[in-house]
Design a protein around this ligand. Structure first.
Ligand code: 6GU
Length: 249
């Protein structure tokens, strides 16, 4: 998978060279390009922002450097008439990033992340890009960050760990919280040695060797934790239906 990230703070993306994603880059599973947006400026001060039309606080990223950056990183395939990759524009006003979207992105050949700063990117950048490639504005949660770089790190980590060959034991992917097929329960509590620590004992059932009873206990625990922390995930919760649950889907 090719991943390109455009930012005015390319150093912010350096953690991607570490750990599991770093290994995926070294192994050739991921080809990562990090680009300084200012490379596509032409004035002496390498300006990327300006005041908002209509007034208001803060600054807005001008469209021209973004347009030139995306022309170069995601060129139109002259035969197909579009670019086959996907553009993800990081913004707190975006659609929510979920495990479902991570699974979907893991099937792509080329992801491009646009990391905005200031109050955001001129809205015409998304419209122009969507003329030639699948473009989504994406948020990682209901809070405000100073820029899209950390959000891009989050999404890249969530996607890259799903690629074949990145995680040693693919069964660990299936078991964890939020994985598809785990019907939306949070993970049950985990224990390892020692059996007693600071007067806290590992639950007896886990030493019993009764695999069916252990599975039933874990299921109960997962349901209890989900009820306490994320009742919105339980069946029948008053929430927007997932796409496959929508009437007529
Ligand atoms: Cl994608 N960007 C920024 N700046 N803040 C956020 C976010 C993204 N997602 C949640 N908060």
């Amino acid at each position: 998978m090719k991943i390109d990230v455009v930012s005015i703070f390319p150093e912010y993306l350096q953690p991607l060279r570490l750990s599991l994603v770093g290994k995926a880059i070294e192994n050739g599973i991921v080809d990562l390009g990090v680009h300084d947006l200012r490379r596509w400026t032409h004035d002496r001060h390498r300006t990327v922002d300006d005041t908002p039309y209509g007034g208001g606080a803060g600054m807005v990223m001008r469209p021209e450097p973004w347009g030139e950056a995306l022309d170069e990183i995601a060129p139109i395939d002259q035969k197909a008439g579009d670019h086959p990759g996907r553009l993800l524009i990081m913004t707190p006003a975006g659609r929510p990033f979920t495990q479902r979207l991570a699974d979907e992105l893991a099937g792509e050949d080329h992801l491009i992340f646009a990391c905005g700063r200031y109050e955001g990117i001129d809205a015409r950048v998304a419209v122009d890009a969507s003329r030639r490639m699948r473009t989504d504005e994406v948020s990682i949660g209901d809070y405000v960050l100073n820029g899209g770089e950390v959000a891009a790190l989050v999404i890249i980590e969530a996607v890259v760990r799903l690629l074949p060959g990145v995680i040693g034991n693919p069964e660990s992917l299936a078991e964890e919280s939020h994985a598809a097929g785990h019907d939306q329960l949070l993970e049950y509590p985990l224990y390892t040695k020692p059996p007693s620590w600071r007067e806290l004992d590992v639950p007896e059932i886990l030493f019993s060797g009764h695999h069916a009873r252990i599975a039933a206990w874990r299921r109960e625990q997962a349901e209890r934790i989900t009820r306490e922390r994320r009742p919105d995930l339980l069946p029948g919760a008053d929430r927007d239906p997932r796409p496959e649950e929508r009437p007529g889907a």
